[in-house]
Ligand binder design. Structure first.
Ligand code: GLN
Length: 179
């Protein structure tokens, strides 16, 4: 999606990979496993430093869990970066079979966005600094706090690039501010 929008992308698996990027996508997957792999790859601490320094980040689904301030129903040893002030419940919409799709209205976008939820996390609290950009059934599903953009759905699973375009705007703004 990001390459279609003109960005150069690479996978980040090591601290050296991380040092080479200006921004990061933390994708869906399994947040407990991702938390463990971030530790074993030596990525957790360098990533925490980059996030504290304002690196733009897009967290989707499990990525949202990893960025959240509070994780409910997490595994006790699961870690999160706490860079967006919200509480999120793992698998808050139910099990794999309860995965679903919907159309949501997104702030700043003219037409609704079709969203795909896969064993998605459910946001149960947002702090005052969090801007809710889209909700479904009264529950935030797309939110931003400064350089941190999170979605409980998978914006990469449709051909609609508008959430990724929103993120690239954040990346370009942050690069312009830093220059
Ligand atoms: N349920 C997963 C978790 O707890 C997230 C699912 C996803 O990323 N699609 O990490």
């Amino acid at each position: 999606m990001l390459e279609q929008l003109g960005a150069v992308t690479r996978q980040v698996r090591t601290p050296a990979d991380l040092a080479a990027v200006d921004a990061l996508v933390m994708p869906g997957g399994e947040s407990t496993t991702m938390s463990r792999l971030l530790d074993t790859a030596g990525l957790f601490d360098p990533l925490a430093v980059r996030l504290a320094a304002g690196m733009p980040v897009l967290g989707t689904c499990a990525g949202m869990i990893l960025l959240a301030d509070q994780v409910l129903d997490g595994r006790p040893d699961q870690r999160s970066f706490g860079v967006i002030d919200l509480s999120v419940r793992r698998n808050g919409y139910g099990r794999q079979v309860d995965s679903f799709e919907a159309d949501v209205v997104v702030a700043g976008l003219d037409d609704p966005f079709h969203v795909v939820f896969i064993r998605a996390p459910k946001v149960e609290r947002t702090g005052g600094a969090v801007e809710v950009l889209a909700s479904h059934g009264g529950v935030p599903v797309l939110a931003r706090q400064g350089h941190v953009l999170v979605a409980s759905f998978h914006p990469e699973l449709t051909s609609d690039r508008r959430v990724h375009a929103m993120f690239l705007d954040m990346v370009h703004t942050s690069a312009a501010t830093a220059a």
